[in-house]
Structures are given as C-alpha cells and as structure tokens.
Design a protein around this ligand. Structure first.
Ligand SMILES: Cc1cc2nc3c(=O)[nH]c(=O)nc-3n(C[C@H](O)[C@H](O)[C@H](O)COP(=O)(O)OP(=O)(O)OC[C@H]3O[C@@H](n4cnc5c(N)ncnc54)[C@H](O)[C@@H]3O)c2cc1C
Ligand SMILES: NC(=O)c1ccc[n+]([C@@H]2O[C@H](COP(=O)([O-])OP(=O)(O)OC[C@H]3O[C@@H](n4cnc5c(N)ncnc54)[C@H](O)[C@@H]3O)[C@@H](O)[C@H]2O)c1
Length: 482
C-alpha cells in the first residue's frame, strides 16, 4: 500500500525528490511512535516501510512468542488439572493448529494496532515501496527508485537474528522462523539462553520436545539478576531440559543420514554432540544495517548497531538512531519511549532523554521472570549499604491457593530506604508484580509509602507490600549501623 498526501510534502527539486521535515525509516514500535509524535508537533512526516507494518514485535517477535507461551501454559495447566480434581486426557499438541492459531492471534493484534489508519489520521505519509537507502545525509532512495529528502531522518530499522558463523549454520532455524518448522521437533537444541532462547525452551519443553540448551555465557538470562537466573535454571533442569552454560563454542551442525541434525559443541577440552531434529539459534540481534547506505551519510556501524548519544543523535546530528537499531535496550517499551523523545529532539531541537532505569522487562518461561532497575550486583556497586528484601511466593496466600509457591520477589532500596533501586521477581505473574513496582518507582513512591499501600486479597501483588515492610525493618538495621 502506498499513501502520499502531496500537500504535506513540498517538491523542492527538479528530479521530483519529495521533501519532508522528518523521514522515518521503519514502522515498528520505534518508527510508529516517532512518526506520530513528530506529526503531533506539526512536522511534515513520511514513514518508509519495507515489510509489514508493526515490525518485529507484532509480526515475528513478542506477539507470536506470547501466543506460544499461552499455548504452553494451557498444556501445563491441563497436565496438572487432576491436582484440583479435574480429570482430562493427557494433552497432545497439533503443531499445524498451533501455528494457525498464532497467525490468527497475530492478525487480531495487528487489527487493533492499525498503524496505517493512525498515520492517515495524523497526516503522516506512508510509503511502502521496498527498502530505503541513504544516498547522502539528507536523501533516501527506495527500491522503487523514488527519492525522499528530509531535514531530519529517524532510523528505526530494528534488527534480525544472528546466525553463528559455524559450518552447517544454514541447517538452523532462527526465532523469527520458528513457526515455519514443518513439524514439532521431537528433539531440539536451542543455542542462546537470553530472553528469546529461554522462552522457546519453555515452549518446546511443554510441547513434549527433548530440549538441549547451550550458551557460552556462564549462566542463562545473563542480563537478569543472578538469583532469578538460578531459579529458572533449576526449574529448567527439573523439567528435564539439558542445560549447558559456559560452553566454549558451537563447532558445527551436520545433516545426519536419517535427516536429523548433529550439533557438536566444545565444553572445556571436551567435544560433545547431540542428534536433534531442529536447532534454534537465538544468539543475538544485530541491527538491520546491511544495504542501508550508512556510509553515504557518514555514519559508522559499531558492534552491529548504529550508535547514538543520549538524545538519540548519531554522529550526524540530524540523523537519529532509535529502538533496536541503536543496540541499547531492545524492548518495545524502550523503542516507543525513544521514538517519542527522538521525535521531539528532531522537531523542537529539544534535548529529551528517556528514563532507561524504569524499563521493566521479563519473559514467559516456567516460572515467569521479570526485573526493573538495578540488579543486586549493580545496586551493591552503586551503594554498598543498599538493602534487599526477599519474600518467597510460598509466603503469599494467593500463590499457595494456586499451588505456585515457587519463586520470590526481591525489592532493593538504598540504605536510607528512600528510593527503590530495583525489583526482580521469578514465579507466577512475575511480570505483573514487577510492573506494579515500576509504577511506584515512576511515581517516586518511597518504601514506607509502598509498605502502606493496600493490596487486594488474594493477589500476587500483595508480595510487594510484604517486601516493602521487610525492607523497612532491614533498612532500619542498615541505617543503625551507619
Ligand atoms: C522472539 C522475540 C520476542 C520478543 N519479545 C519481546 C517482548 O515480549 N517484549 C518486548 O518488549 N520486546 C520483545 N522483543 C523485542 C522487540 O520485538 C523489539 O525490541 C522491538 O520490535 C523493536 O522495535 P523497533 O521499532 O526498533 O524495530 P522493529 O520492530 O524490528 O521494526 C523495524 C522495522 O523497520 C523495517 N525496515 C528495516 N530496514 C528497513 C529499510 N532499509 N527500509 C524500510 N524499512 C526498513 C522493518 O521491516 C521493520 O518493520 C522480542 C523480540 C523477539 C525477536
Ligand atoms: N520478553 C522480552 O522482553 C524479550 C524477548 C525476546 C527478546 N527480547 C530482546 O531482544 C534482544 C535479542 O534477544 P536474544 O535473546 O535473541 O539475544 P541476546 O543477545 O539477549 O542473547 C543471546 C544469547 O546467546 C548467547 N550466545 C552468543 N553467542 C553464542 C555462541 N556462539 N554460542 C552459544 N551461545 C551464544 C549469549 O551469551 C546470550 O546469552 C534482547 O535485547 C532481548 O532483551 C526481549
């Protein structure tokens, strides 16, 4: 679909290059937020999108992954229904039907996002004529040959999965393509135990696949608080997942005679291998910079991303790098936040930053995990006297009612209990619990106030009030020692 409203764009050159105040490359969460905010501020705006509107999140990332997580949850709930006196047959997974349902739910979410309609309502031109490429630092050319120039260019191109450069890597499936697997793999190796890999482990484990998880990092979920990662690792192992962290390298993937894939990796001096039916590489997310012509605009790529300063300006100040493209916090909530801030900086010449310490994130594994703010390690570095409360879910009535006692909430405060520095949860509803703490942090609520908030009974969020009350006691001890 191509939509242009020439009255908002002035043709300024004889070769019919259309000129705008702001050109946005990419209509994922970053580009969509940026374009709508720039238009709201009165700029003439064009969005250039090479693929499906909505970007990675809705089409191949968060939304399909979350539908798979829901499906995995249904399988687990069905298996344990007997514990509550509900007797059902053991669940079986019809992979083709699962895939169909994921596509159907993705379409349903797309239909409420309606980026094209929102662009039209805001007077934003949308051009879908292939990939945009820099001709110089103010001009872009599309695959169709159409040329666009702009006073400011917002690069919101997102990224893609990284394939390890090992022999046989073409045999692997990347997370964006998981739904293209022809059948549910009986045995699967997941390489990479970040947010993507960990969630896929839970999905395939629940679906009945034998899962092997490999990572070069010393532990899974390396960006999360170490205590959270420990609980998820123990849970994975208890569920029969073969977890190998701290491996030296994946050596090769080879097609075996029976059609299976032999994956070989090195662990210390030992070479190990497994025969599996699918290998999923969830080993990182470089920005989509290939063929973007960044060199024509004088912009360098550093470690597979387009670096930006705290105001999202690249080394060329009227070109901005936002969302996954800048390689910082690769989350939808970051992309949207950054998009709005960068649009204001581009249109108003403002210096808006985003509060990155207030970005909650988590994953739908079994159990769920989530975090916001500083981890314990980071908090202790910043304030060695900081106070940490840890309340197990086994002390929360609702978790006991639901038979979900595994897990805990960690609440971290500064030594004077004025500030909540971080919150990390693992267990049922961990993400919603951490989200509530984030709301408190964003509103500047201190620990004492949080301790006095009433939580509906029986809820998982009640753990927040319990942790705040423990913190008060702990903090009092820490302050006394000063
Ligand atoms: C499996 C998976 C699960 C995830 N789950 C979550 C989650 O639960 N929660 C969360 O917060 N985050 C999650 N993420 C991360 C989230 O999807 C990204 O952080 C988010 O989509 C980034 O938004 P973006 O706008 O920067 O990039 P994208 O969403 O990738 O959008 C970039 C857009 O730019 C377009 N484009 C690229 N190059 C060009 C070009 N040259 N010309 C024109 N258009 C171009 C692309 O077609 C795309 O539409 C997940 C990611 C993956 C892979
Ligand atoms: N629920 C969510 O919020 C969510 C879900 C998915 C992805 N994301 C975001 O998208 C981005 C990409 O996520 P991701 O999990 O794909 O990548 P990632 O970079 O977060 O994790 C990649 C993992 O692969 C491992 N790895 C790298 N090279 C390896 C090798 N040679 N052998 C074995 N392991 C290797 C790394 O140690 C790391 O643990 C992240 O920023 C993530 O936060 C968020």
């Amino acid at each position: 679909m191509t939509t242009t409203t020439p009255e908002t764009a002035s043709n300024t050159s004889s070769d019919a290059t259309q000129h705008y105040d702001v050109a946005v490359i990419g209509a994922g969460p970053a580009g969509t937020a940026a374009a709508l905010r720039a238009a709201e501020l009165g700029a003439s705006v064009v969005v250039l999108e090479a693929g499906r509107l909505g970007g990675t999140c809705v089409n191949t990332g968060c939304v399909p992954t979350r539908v798979l997580a829901k499906t995995a949850r249904l399988v687990r709930e069905t298996r344990s229904a007997g514990d509550y006196g509900v007797h059902v047959n053991a669940p079986t997974v019809d992979w083709a039907a699962v895939v169909e349902r994921v596509h159907e739910r993705v379409d349903a979410v797309r239909s409420i996002k309606r980026e094209a309609g929102r662009f039209a309502e805001a007077g934003v031109d949308l051009i879908q004529e292939g990939r945009a490429r820099f001709v110089d630092d103010s001009t872009l050319v599309l695959d169709s040959g159409r040329r666009i120039s702009a006073t400011s260019i917002l690069v919101c191109v997102g990224g893609h999965s990284r394939r390890l450069p090992v022999p046989g890597n073409e045999l692997a499936t990347v997370p964006e393509d998981v739904l293209s697997l022809p059948e549910l793999p009986r045995r699967v190796a997941v390489i990479g135990a970040g947010n993507t890999g960990a969630q896929l482990v839970t999905v395939f484990n629940a679906f009945g696949s034998d899962v092997t998880l490999l990572d070069v990092a010393p532990r899974i979920l390396i960006a999360s608080d170490a205590s959270i990662a420990e609980v998820v690792t123990t849970a994975f192992e208890g569920q029969g997942v073969d977890v190998h962290t701290g491996i030296s390298t994946v050596e090769s993937l080879e097609r075996a005679a029976d059609g299976a894939i032999t994956i070989t990796w090195k662990e210390g001096d030992e070479s190990l291998s497994r025969e599996v039916n699918a290998v999923i590489m969830a080993t990182g997310w470089p920005a989509d910079v290939e063929d973007l012509g960044l060199e024509n605009a004088g912009i360098e790529v550093v470690r597979s991303s387009i670096p930006a300063d705290r105001y999202f300006r690249t080394s060329v100040p009227h070109i901005f790098s936002i969302g996954d493209a800048n390689g910082r916090d690769m989350l939808v909530q970051a992309a949207q936040f950054e998009g709005e801030a960068a649009a204001e900086n581009a249109v108003l010449g403002a210096n808006r930053r985003t509060p990155h310490h207030l970005l909650p994130a988590g994953g739908f594994t079994d159990p769920d995990y989530a975090g916001v703010g500083l981890t314990q390690e980071q908090a202790r570095e910043q304030d060695p006297g900081c106070v940490v409360a840890r309340v197990p879910f086994s002390a929360v009535d609702r978790a006991v009612i639901d038979d979900r006692e595994s897990g805990f909430l960690l609440l971290i405060a500064d030594r004077r209990r004025e500030l909540i520095l971080g919150a990390h949860a693992v267990g049922e509803n961990a993400i919603e619990v951490v989200q509530s703490v984030t709301t408190a942090m964003a509103s500047g609520v201190d620990v004492a106030t949080l301790a006095n908030v009433r939580f509906a009974y029986p809820t998982y969020s009640a753990v927040i009030g319990m942790a705040a009350r423990v913190l008060l006691a702990e903090a009092a001890v820490a302050v006394d020692r000063d």
